[in-house]
Design a protein around this ligand. Structure first.
Ligand code: ADP
Ligand code: MG
Length: 481
């Protein structure tokens, strides 16, 4: 039997606001437990939620970026359930009338084709608190700092057919929300959490199989592994004559398996109804117009600008715009260095190579963008050769010093004084009379290759500091003369 995998994702993106969606409490990450939950977040009687305008603007930015319809009227509903980290006994969410309507995003498949993935909707809601199981023996601690943190939940159609496609889609959404600056995308801190709905059915079957929901996956790697495990598990269940139960499951990275958490609630278990404490959210045209004025440049636009403005190849432009951070870093390097192609090479080869070897993210780079730009500038203006620049780069990485400081302290300036280079060239020719003879008697086609020997000798004598272009020119002239 051939099985088909079907996946739909629900992605919770935490919006980058200073205060919560319905209260003035801070959303800052990492505070002492329960110091950032006010009476509204705690659901005390008599308090009323007030919608945070910034949250609405961020949802509008997302909807506009993916070319979805922005609902002019959306409604906040109460989703009722009992859980210790939800003090009100309900979560305020949007149900029948979400703020962002249907749309789609295109993902790039491994075979180079693009595939369109439907986005069903995106709705605003508040986050719940956090249950802490580790720190308390036999108890569960509740931290309500996160309660009321604004989320935009982005729900996909069940359009993905493999774990890889799910990862490509999730990365695409991550790229969009971080480019927009509406979410910091920090997965360790839970700012971007994914629930994967997974089912399998016989290939060619139109009716999908029963799905399970894998909750709270907080890395792309875990998403891929969890889906793959779950697909295998469901196939095993079905092939041994069993039935998949619709349920919520948790992925355990240490065991690389999913396990049952609870049977899945049906929508009617939640007894959704419009929240009587909140008016429908009515958005005027002028509010949308004003909001989208601050729309940052999106990945695709930035990539084609990089090709045009900086003359980069499609590949380089693609790599450098993969994340907004990378693109921002690159533009600073260019600004300092003046040479866009050299800047791209140094960033992609030397910097990314060094970061990789040290397992560091770009934001942890010991060399800031301005500093790398300062180094590239010295190659572009011939102060140092590319080869010397590599050793300067290493020292910058180790010491945090600037390129100019290192070049001066170590006397690494390239020798461009033609008199000085000529003196070294003459010395080398005098010391290697036999090779000079050989060169002069050789087939002219073979001479360019033989020239390398003399260049090497001159560079060695000058400790790598002679300007290679001048060395080549002088040698060619003297050897043919
Ligand atoms: P609920 O309201 O119970 O969360 P939805 O219909 O909103 O269910 O679907 C939630 C997610 O599950 C969506 O991302 C959707 O694409 C996905 N989904 C629905 N049916 C299936 C299925 N049979 N297999 C895989 N994913 C599915
Ligand atoms: Mg759902």
């Amino acid at each position: 039997m051939q099985w088909e995998t079907v996946i739909g994702l629900e992605i919770h993106t935490q919006l980058t606001t200073n205060s919560k969606i319905f209260s003035g409490a801070s959303t800052r990450f990492g505070a002492e437990p329960n110091t950032q939950a006010c009476l509204v977040d705690l659901g005390f009687p008599g308090v009323l939620p007030v919608l945070n305008e910034a949250v609405v603007r961020k949802a509008i930015l997302f909807g506009t970026a993916v070319e979805a319809e922005i609902a002019r009227r959306s409604v906040f509903a109460r989703k009722n359930y009992f859980y210790p980290d939800l003090p009100k006994g309900y979560q305020i969410s949007q149900y029948e009338l979400p703020i962002v309507g249907p749309c789609h995003v295109d993902i790039l498949l491994e075979n180079g084709e693009t595939k369109r993935i439907g986005v069903t909707r995106a709705h605003l809601e508040e986050d719940a608190g956090k249950s802490l199981h580790e720190d308390f023996h036999g108890y569960t601690g509740i931290d309500l700092n996160r309660a009321g943190t604004p989320l935009l939940e982005i729900v996909s159609e069940p359009d993905m057919r493999s774990a890889k496609e799910a990862v490509a889609y999730a990365k695409k959404i991550h790229q969009i929300v971080t480019y927009l600056g509406i979410c910091d995308g920090n997965m360790q801190e839970g700012s971007f959490r994914m629930d994967a709905n997974v089912s399998v059915c016989p290939r060619g079957e139109e009716k999908f199989g029963t799905r399970t929901e894998l909750k709270n996956l907080n890395s792309f790697r875990f998403l891929e592994k969890a889906v793959n495990f779950e697909v295998e598990r469901q196939i095993d269940v079905l092939e041994s004559g069993g039935e998949v139960i619709q349920e919520t499951r948790l992925y355990d990275p240490s065991k690389d398996e999913t396990r049952s958490m609870r049977t899945k609630e049906e929508a009617n278990d939640y007894r959704y109804f419009p929240d009587p404490d909140l008016l429908p959210l009515v958005i005027e045209e002028s509010f949308i117009e004003e909001t989208v004025k601050s729309m940052p440049e999106l990945p695709e636009a930035r990539r084609s600008r990089f090709e045009q403005e900086y003359g980069l190849s499609a590949y380089d432009a693609d790599v450098l715009t993969a994340t907004r951070q990378q693109a921002d870093y690159y533009e600073i390097v260019v600004q300092e260095a003046g040479d866009a192609k050299l800047a791209a090479n140094w960033m992609m080869v030397e910097l990314f190579g060094a970061l990789n070897r040290a397992s560091l993210h770009l934001e942890e780079s010991p060399i800031a963008a301005e500093a790398l730009g300062g180094l590239v500038k010295r190659i572009a203006d011939s102060t140092i050769s590319g080869k010397i620049a590599k050793s300067v780069f290493e020292e910058m990485w180790e010491s945090g010093k600037g390129a100019d400081e290192i070049i001066e302290a170590k006397g690494l300036r390239q020798i461009t004084d033609s008199g000085a280079i000529e003196a070294i060239v003459d010395e080398v020719l005098a010391e290697n009379a036999a090779q000079v003879e050989n060169y002069r008697n050789a087939d002219p086609k073979k001479q360019p290759k033989m020239l390398g020997f003399f260049v090497g000798q001159v560079m060695k004598k000058s400790q790598g500091k002679a300007n290679p272009k001048q060395v080549n020119e002088l040698l060619r002239a003297k050897l043919s003369g």
